[in-house]
Design a protein around this ligand. Structure first.
Ligand code: ATP
Length: 539
């Protein structure tokens, strides 16, 4: 699938708009339009229902070591600045960046890739951040050496395309948008947290941060949740909310945005069973995506190698999707599931822990004081049956609502060939959303705007509207109205025709198979409910 087609459909049909578009947009920020907001709400509601409110705590789930409880919270976006000091984000949440002195552009160090090129007695590392890197590097090299495309074989290439960190120095690097080599600065750290000021004084002491993840709001409320409910370990706390990261190079549509939404769970369990719980959550989260329609050949669960793991983690896996904007064979992260041990609760108790030392120690200043003091609160747990006291281990399934949304959009985009009214084959664009997440569940269409058909159709619309998001449309040829619903991803179209007035039946058209069947008007609400709930089993 070509990404441009999806991007254009998203804009044309109101799934996604560039933020502040009338002022030229703001890089890394996006607005959801009328269809997009329904899709995203449905994705978040499905998550909230399946993980939190619909969770059956009395029945042991397949693969789970025991039964467990789930609750939710909604914490503030701006938290006490100390939260980010103890969590490590203040000191460690950064990317390395390089600046170009010639163009004043800034790049993420690990995203600049290039290759050594030699011509006319000069050897230069030609770099790019473009997705079609091979072509772009060749184009840049030809421009630099002033060699025409037809004489491109005058350039000799050394080694494969690599990242800048493989080089000893950057003096011979041609920056992605530069016209001469040697204009990139040495890499520097760039903290990704957005800074803001709380209160009217505006001094540096009032500096606060927009949260870069929702997780910390859960950790700092661990005791509150325990004390205000009757949950017992093992239990999970879920949260959906906005997070902000000042990404150096936001790109790939909504995949890397500066403002985005996360759906996170912190699952607290006994250290001895934590490995089993980690495996349970990995599988459970993977199944959630496939149940909602992501095809298994484009989705994968990738365990991190030992070197990729943080010291405190004994296991991390990413759920990844083969987004169409990525090079063939590459996958992008939808969700990370991490075994975080007791790192977070201990940090908020004792102060900033050293994530590089194992077992974890409190990081100290030169005179032996904790670098940042913790809350000093007791965040351990006492099992009231066994009497055992321990710091729970945490399993964290952390997913992005916007990335999930984007994956569902990419997966749904389909083109097929269908005959038009005159039997001529036409390309049809349809969004094959699972009905649970489809923005509109059914459209009600009178075949023509006369002979009592609109009246019957409006009654059906009103009956359905009590339960589902439905759409009424009487404008234009019915074939065109079907196409519009196909593009919106509406799974069912209900048409009132001449026969409806005689025998009280309507046709129900299926978006994917195009099959039409007649259903009694009195049964229509039940019929649509059945079709939505049986959708996954028919595939
Ligand atoms: P990446 O390596 O792609 O930057 P990450 O490993 O930093 O992601 P986490 O900190 O694990 O991401 O965040 C959990 C989830 O939040 C990610 O799996 C992703 O779905 C979402 N997420 C993180 N950063 C962004 C972003 N800039 N834009 C949209 N979603 C994001």
């Amino acid at each position: 699938m070509e990404m441009e087609k999806l991007v254009s459909l998203c804009r044309r049909r109101g799934f996604l708009f560039q933020s502040s578009e009338i002022y030229g947009g703001l890089n890394g920020f996006w607005d959801y339009g009328p269809l997009g907001v329904e899709l995203k709400r449905n994705v978040k509601s499905a998550w909230w229902h399946d993980m939190i409110s619909g969770h059956d705590e009395l029945t042991q789930q397949p693969g789970a070591p025991s039964t467990y409880e789930m609750v939710g919270i909604d914490s503030a976006i701006i938290m006490h600045p100390h939260v980010w000091k103890c969590s490590g984000h203040y000191d460690l949440f950064h990317d390395m960046m390089v600046d170009c002195r010639q163009t004043n552009k800034r790049y993420r160090f690990d995203q600049v890739r290039g290759r050594w090129a030699e011509a006319k007695g000069q050897k230069v590392f030609v770099s790019t951040v473009a997705e079609n890197e091979q072509q772009e590097i060749e184009r840049q090299a030809q421009k630099l050496f002033k060699i025409r495309a037809k004489n491109a074989d005058q350039i000799s290439w050394d080694g494969a395309i690599t990242t800048l960190d493989q080089l000893d120095d950057l003096s011979q690097v041609l920056g992605p948008d530069a016209s001469e080599p040697g204009t990139l600065t040495e890499p520097r750290e760039f903290n990704l947290m957005f800074k803001t000021i709380v209160g009217a004084m505006g001094t540096d002491e009032d500096a606060a941060f927009l949260r870069p993840e929702t997780a910390q709001g859960i950790f700092v409320n661990f005791k509150n949740v325990l004390d205000s409910t009757r949950v017992r370990v093992p239990f999970g706390v879920g949260q959906i909310g906005k997070s902000f990261r000042n990404e150096i190079t936001p790109r790939n549509f909504t995949f890397r945005s500066r403002e985005f939404e996360q759906m996170e769970i912190e699952f607290f369990c006994h250290p001895e069973t934590s490995r089993d719980w980690y495996e349970f959550w990995r599988d459970r989260r993977m199944k959630w995506y496939t149940d909602l329609g992501l095809a298994s050949d484009r989705l994968r669960l990738r365990d991190h190698d030992q070197e990729e793991l943080s010291h405190y983690s004994t296991g991390t896996a990413d759920i990844e999707y083969a987004f169409p904007f990525l090079p063939e064979g590459e996958f992008g992260e939808l969700e990370g599931i991490a075994h975080r041990g007791d790192f977070d609760l201990r940090s908020h108790m004792e102060g900033k822990l050293d994530p590089t030392s194992c077992p974890l120690e409190v990081e100290t200043t030169e005179d032996g004081k904790p670098l940042y003091k913790g809350s000093g609160r007791d965040l351990t747990y006492r099992d009231d049956i066994s009497g055992e006291r321990f710091t729970p281990h945490v399993i964290e399934p952390s997913s992005g609502a916007d990335r999930a949304n984007l994956a569902f959009l990419c997966e749904a985009f389909t083109e097929d060939e269908v005959p038009d009214d005159k039997g001529k084959m036409q390309t049809r664009t349809l969004m094959r959303f699972h009905p649970r997440i489809a923005p509109i569940k059914a459209a009600v269409l009178p075949l023509v705007k006369k002979n009592g058909m609109p009246e019957v159709a409006k009654e059906i619309y009103q009956a359905l509207k009590k339960q589902f998001s439905v759409f009424y449309d009487e404008k234009g040829a019915v074939g065109r109205r079907y196409r519009r619903q196909d593009e919106a991803g509406t799974p069912f179209c209900i048409t009132v025709d001449g026969q409806s007035l005689d025998d009280q039946t309507v046709t129900v058209r299926d978006r994917d198979s195009l099959e039409q069947s007649r259903v009694k008007i009195n049964d229509i609400v039940e019929e649509i409910a059945d079709r939505i709930s049986s959708y996954s089993s028919r595939e």
